[in-house]
Every structure is written in C-alpha cells, then in structure tokens.
Ligand binder design. Structure first.
Ligand SMILES: [Zn+2]
Length: 165
C-alpha cells in the first residue's frame, strides 16, 4: 500500500561524536553546522532540536532526492545561528537560522542549472535560488540556495538569476 512520506523524520541517531548525528541516509548534522566564519569569530553555531528537525526534513524532501540523481553534494552553508547569520550578513529573516535552508556548492553554471531544473520540476521546496555573482563584468554562478518549510506551505518560489551583492 502506498504511503505518503512522513512529514516528521525518523529517530535521531547519535554518533561517537555526540555533537554529530545522522540526519538522513547520506547527510550528517556536522555538514550543516560547520562554518569557517563561526570558527574565525568564535561564534556558537549549535542548532536546537527544532532546527535539527527542519534540517532532517530538508534532507529527506530535497537533498536526498537531489543526491540520488546527481551524486555527492557539498553543503557550503546550512544552519546559521542568529549571531552567525548577522556576521555573514545573511537576510534578517533567513531560513538558514531555522535549519530550513542550505547552500550547495556547484562547480560550474551547467551543474547549477541541472540542480536548479531538477529541484524545480520534481521536488517540493519553499525557495530555490540560483545565485549569481558578477565579477569583472562576467556573471558566474555562486551557488544554489534551497529551502524546505517544515512548518507550513512550501511556496515553490524559484529565481534563476538571483544577484548576490
Ligand atoms: Zn542560502
């Protein structure tokens, strides 16, 4: 009998490093909390249980299907504590602060476009940005930002040429 995917994820499994946990089949919490800026500025970037639940939902509904299609993904920014978000000049209401968003490394424009199109056509998501940064007048892809709202409606808002200042 077909069953809908659970909106709320499975039990949290602890690893030998108690601060790290498996969020889903291929993603661990540490991939979403590590931050060069947090280390440099000595900022606490520990998520609470609600943030972790949100990250699990993001993994299950967006990142696992994307990984299944394209292979290993590199998370460049996942969870951000409010202090870290302010430090990196994230949006004041950034979904990164709720564990609902992740930025993905993309090696080139073509890969970014493939991720973008796959998510947009096949997955449930809240916001999807193909972020562009202009350098010396040449537009190049910065990263993919994707979010999943585990608390309400997913808006499926996609912007393919989002300019980063
Ligand atoms: Zn982002």
């Amino acid at each position: 009998m077909a069953m809908e995917e659970p909106r709320h994820p499975m039990t949290v499994i602890a690893f030998s490093d108690p601060s790290d946990i498996q969020l889903s089949e291929h993603f661990r919490l540490s991939e979403f909390t590590r931050s060069a800026a947090a280390i440099r500025y000595d900022i606490d970037n520990t998520p609470d249980i609600e943030d972790i639940e949100a990250l699990q939902c993001l993994c299950i509904h967006v990142l696992e299907p994307l990984r299944k299609k394209f292979g290993v993904l590199k998370i460049t920014s996942g969870y951000r504590s409010p202090m870290l978000n302010a430090k990196v000049r994230g949006a004041h209401n950034s979904q990164h602060m709720k564990g609902q968003a992740a930025d993905l490394f993309v090696s080139n424009n073509e890969v970014a476009r493939k991720y973008y199109d796959f998510i947009r056509k096949n997955l449930e998501y809240d916001q999807l940005l193909l972020e562009m940064k202009t350098v010396r007048g040449v537009g190049y892809v910065h990263c993919i930002h994707v979010s999943y709202n585990n608390e309400g409606e997913n808006r499926r808002q996609a912007i393919s040429n989002y300019r980063v200042k």
